[in-house]
Ligand binder design. Structure first.
Ligand SMILES: [Zn+2]
Length: 100
């Protein structure tokens, strides 16, 4: 399931759902992203798992806090920088507060 929108009585809201157990992932620090299921030679689908508890330990994976900036930077959100030690960094600014 991965990314899901829940529909409550007064509002809808996005959540992460583990692709292994089907339960909500409450804490972003407990999520891992994996992309081992090839759709074709040019792309793979992404799955999201509870880190440690449900992670199938597949070959290609990333922590959620690394994956989201990578995703946003590939959709023209953020600015790339090179750190003093030569690492590529991405700065993402939230343009406005979220109205929840
Ligand atoms: Zn799980």
């Amino acid at each position: 399931m991965g990314l899901v929108v829940m529909h409550g009585k007064s509002r809808s809201y996005p959540i992460l759902v583990c692709d292994a157990c089907g339960e909500k992932i409450d804490d972003w620090q407990k999520a891992v992203v994996s992309w081992n299921a090839a759709i074709d030679a040019t792309m793979s689908s992404v799955s999201i798992y509870h880190k440690v508890r449900c992670d199938p330990h597949e070959r290609y994976w990333m922590q959620l806090d690394q994956y989201i900036p990578w995703l946003l930077s590939n959709h023209n959100w953020g600015e790339e920088h090179i750190s003093q030690d030569g690492k590529k960094l991405i700065t993402i600014e939230v343009p406005k507060p979220l109205a929840l």
